[in-house]
Design a binder for this molecule. Structure first.
Ligand SMILES: CCCC/C=C/CC(=O)SCCNC(=O)CCNC(=O)[C@H](O)C(C)(C)COP(=O)(O)OP(=O)(O)OC[C@H]1O[C@@H](n2cnc3c(N)ncnc32)[C@H](O)[C@@H]1OP(=O)(O)O
Length: 395
């Protein structure tokens, strides 16, 4: 029977990954924040000096993070041969640096500065009260959330996996949106850490099969998807996407539910659903034709045409495109100005604009999720996911 076959193949995928992860040192996840404006060379040099003055030893894990960020900030991606298996210290340092992948130098520099600033405040801290600005919210593993200038920034933070959304990240985003809807910020911003905005659904989500088998997996996935997209439909404040790099799959489709989409000219927008044996989600089957017209929506959603930032702007999916070199600076200057506008007026205006369609969007979301539940069990989808996972397996 087809289902038994699929289940077996997914189980084999799972084993492949288990072997693979047992052979590899886990990637370091850097939970450091990147403030709105990039750190200057002077800030970076000052942070390098401050490390020497720390009163408390920060421990090996943090020292490795500092080492890796320093190397990435000064030399770029890891460019030295991997040390031998028994050269433990140099191997740990190499692994930490290598785990940063293509993280841009400026981001590494900023993350270094933020990490040192966190270390300084925790080492001087006991008696000090943290300033209101730039508070990093604790308790999230896949996100870095900061609040500054009445802006809550939710940064997807799995740069080594191109910010692919795993189950934990979906859940944390829902929690973060719930918290942001109630905090005193005026606007909420999504962005990505590293060179990608997001590579969409983490395809390894498909490998973790529960005792109820692939049907239960698909059912849980559909519930998660529906709940996740509902949070965007219902979000009451202006929601802004700062698309710092390529965006794939669900990270593109939900953009139709955002109020502003600012893109770097490095960003691309790709929804390869047919290639993956899947179908549109995030209400894109409705929002995309409405935003860009049926012909262009079909090109993206059925034929998987990848748009440049300029094309996405021309088709109305993106509000404005900025040169990558000035992207962060220009966008955050703009957002800081907007965040000073009266909070209630913005919230009520959003309600007036969006409320007519809420019910319809919820119905569309339910339908898209239920269709995907079936799709995930199809041969087409299973083969596409297996194909990706086996190409990426480094055995
Ligand atoms: C429950 C709700 C479900 C909602 C459903 C949503 C549908 C979608 O979102 S469909 C879109 C799914 N995404 C993709 O198909 C993208 C897959 N990834 C890629 O094609 C490529 O990785 C890339 C084009 C994004 C980047 O290629 P590049 O060569 O630059 O880098 P890589 O070496 O491939 O990636 C680095 C690292 O990251 C891992 N990774 C990247 N994307 C994903 C992903 N979507 N899922 C899982 N893992 C991903 C990749 O495997 C590499 O990991 P390793 O360094 O460990 O090999």
């Amino acid at each position: 029977m087809a289902v038994v076959g699929l289940s077996g193949r997914l189980a084999r995928c799972y084993c492949l990954r288990a072997v693979r992860s047992s052979l590899r040192v886990p990637a370091l996840q850097l939970h450091v924040s990147k403030t709105a404006m990039g750190a200057s060379q002077k800030d970076f040099e000052s942070a390098v000096n401050q490390v020497k003055l720390l009163k408390k030893d920060p421990g090996n894990e943090v020292k490795l993070k500092l080492y890796a960020l320093y190397k990435q900030a000064t030399e770029g991606p890891c460019n030295t041969p991997k040390p031998g298996l028994f050269d433990l210290i140099n191997k740990a340092k190499w692994d930490a640096w290598n785990a940063l992948g293509d993280l841009p130098k400026e981001t590494a520099r900023q993350n270094y500065v933020d990490l040192v600033s966190g270390l300084r405040s925790s080492s001087d801290s006991s008696s000090q009260v943290k300033p209101e600005a730039d508070k990093k919210q604790a308790g999230y593993e896949t996100l870095v959330i900061t609040s500054e200038d009445h802006i809550t920034k939710i940064m997807l933070n799995r740069p080594a996996k191109k910010n692919a959304l795993n189950t934990q990240m979906y859940q944390e985003i829902m929690l973060a949106l719930e918290a942001a809807s109630k905090d005193d910020s005026t606007i909420t911003v999504f962005t990505g850490s590293g060179d990608y905005y997001s590579s969409g659904n983490d395809l390894t989500n498909f490998t973790d099969i529960p005792p109820g088998g692939v049907e239960e997996k698909a059912k849980n996935g559909a519930i998660l998807l529906r709940d996740f997209v509902d949070c965007f439909i219902d979000f009451p404040k202006p929601l802004v996407a700062v698309v710092n790099g390529p965006a794939v799959g669900i990270s593109v489709t939900v953009l139709g539910l955002f109020d502003l989409v600012y893109a770097s000219d490095r960003a691309t927008f790709h929804t390869p659903f047919s290639h993956l044996g899947q179908t549109p989600e995030g209400c894109s089957s409705y929002t995309f034709p409405k935003i860009m017209g049926l012909a262009k929506a079909v090109e993206m959603l059925i034929f998987g045409k990848k748009l440049t930032a300029g094309e996405a702007y021309a088709q109305g999916l993106v509000t404005e495109v900025f040169p990558d070199s000035t992207f962060e600076k220009e966008v955050w200057t703009r957002l800081k100005a907007y965040s000073k506008l009266p909070r209630n007026a913005m919230r009520i205006s959003k309600q007036i604009i969006r409320n007519h369609e809420k019910e319809k969007l919820h119905a569309i979301n339910a339908e898209e999720s239920s269709i995907l539940q079936e799709r995930w069990l199809s041969d087409e989808c299973v083969n596409a996911v297996m194909n990706f996972l086996s190409q990426k397996a480094k055995l």
